[in-house]
Design a protein around this ligand. Structure first.
Ligand code: GLY
Length: 391
């Protein structure tokens, strides 16, 4: 009798949890649709041939549009694709096609490693949802262009070309995300060159980008002649030895994705270690939305980074699919999403149509601190989709 009563209570509680998550997802997608409608109108009003994609708001609250070459240019088309994926409305399909087309020339841009962010989030998503062979061709060409930045002595893709007086061959942890484009190109062409570059980059990063405590370095500078590490630095974090929150999020996402693509147990184990590192970190806030750097000196009076939280949530949902017994992964992802959609969203109809507030681009540069950032919205939508479809 008591056992039956207990079971009924558990089932009622579970159904409430289930219902509240589903409600979170449905409401958040509806809210994002309304915000994106506003943002789309603004983009159509403000865009020029040079400035095509929204990134953030300026100090006066105006929408900032960036050129196609900016690392964030793919996220707005990616949001439109995801909204199409959720709703199947032709309005979002048309808007996604329109926004994606503006990035076409980026497939030839070999001056940046951000090809994955730009092209996989836009053309890659477009191909996934439509099977359009013109999108497929852009994905492949972009991977060929990205591959030109690979140095076989080091075993990595070069990240930045700027600050040549500071770094000879900088590789940043963010670069892990660009590997997804390379894995896709091998799947699409059967040419394993892209796959081998991605695996080499992931292995070299595994060796050099992590501290013994599991935190990540942001920038590793390599000697291109010997492949040796010259320096370990930060650019967007608090200090060379601190753990920049979004860097840790990119690492979690990157190794989860690399496990999906390769089934190499070392990548799964690294992703699980990073998740455990987050869960056990004394500075990880109860709501799951990190401060901009885990070692920022003024915690708890430091800006948060909602974009890092969204990336972490999306990665955790995928990781939970690979480690279904680890319920903490899913429960943390749920907690983060719940926090974001209940405590970090813009008031409806404001903030240029962004969904999330309170992200941090580069605190050391005093740039984009506690603002909406387009990639936070992109990864939130991805997390919502993954949370809905994974067990
Ligand atoms: N990839 C640049 C950033 O995360 O800010």
């Amino acid at each position: 009798m008591i056992r039956t009563g207990f079971l009924v209570i558990v089932m009622v509680l579970l159904s409430r949890v289930g219902r509240s998550q589903a409600t979170d997802v449905e409401q958040a997608v509806r809210f994002t649709e309304a915000q994106a409608t506003l943002q789309l109108e603004e983009v159509r009003r403000l865009n020029t041939p040079e400035r095509v994609s929204p990134r953030t708001l300026d100090a006066a609250g105006r929408l900032v549009l960036v050129p196609a070459g900016d690392w964030t240019s793919g996220f707005f088309p990616g949001i439109l694709w995801q909204l199409y994926g959720f709703t199947k409305k032709s309005k979002w399909l048309d808007a996604a096609r329109e926004a994606t087309a503006k990035l076409e020339n980026e497939q030839y841009n070999g001056r940046t490693h951000d090809m994955g962010f730009k092209i996989y989030c836009s053309y890659g998503q477009g191909y996934r949802l439509t099977g359009d062979t013109a999108y497929r061709a852009v994905v492949i060409r972009s991977a060929q262009t990205l591959a030109t930045r690979f140095n076989p002595v080091i075993g990595c893709i070069r990240s930045w070309d700027h600050n040549r007086d500071t770094w000879e061959f900088p590789v940043i942890i963010d670069n892990m995300l660009n590997l997804e484009l390379l894995f896709a190109a091998t799947r699409l062409t059967g040419d394993s060159t892209f796959y081998r570059i991605a695996v080499s980059h992931a292995n070299t990063t595994l060796k050099n980008h992590f501290r013994p405590d599991g935190g990540t370095y942001h920038v590793i500078d390599y000697d291109p002649k010997t492949g040796e590490v010259k320096n370990r630095n930060t650019h967007q974090g608090y200090s060379d030895e601190s753990t920049w929150a979004r860097g840790q999020a990119w690492a979690l996402y990157g190794y989860t994705m690399c496990y999906r693509e390769t089934k190499d147990q070392r990548y799964l184990s690294k992703a699980l270690d990073i998740a455990a590192w987050l869960m056990n970190h004394p500075h990880f806030p109860a709501d799951g939305v990190p401060y901009w750097d885990f070692d920022a000196p003024g915690i708890p009076h430091e800006p948060r980074d909602a974009s890092a939280a969204a990336v972490i949530a999306s990665a955790l949902y995928e990781l939970h699919g690979f480690a279904p017994g680890n319920l903490e992964l899913r429960s943390l992802a749920d907690r983060i999403v719940h926090s974001l959609v209940t405590g970090y969203t813009a008031p409806a109809g404001t903030h240029g149509g962004f969904t999330l507030l309170h992200s941090t681009g580069s605190k050391p540069a005093g740039s984009e601190v506690d603002v909406p950032l387009i990639y936070a919205d992109y990864y939130l939508l991805e997390a919502l989709a993954r949370g809905k479809t994974t067990p």
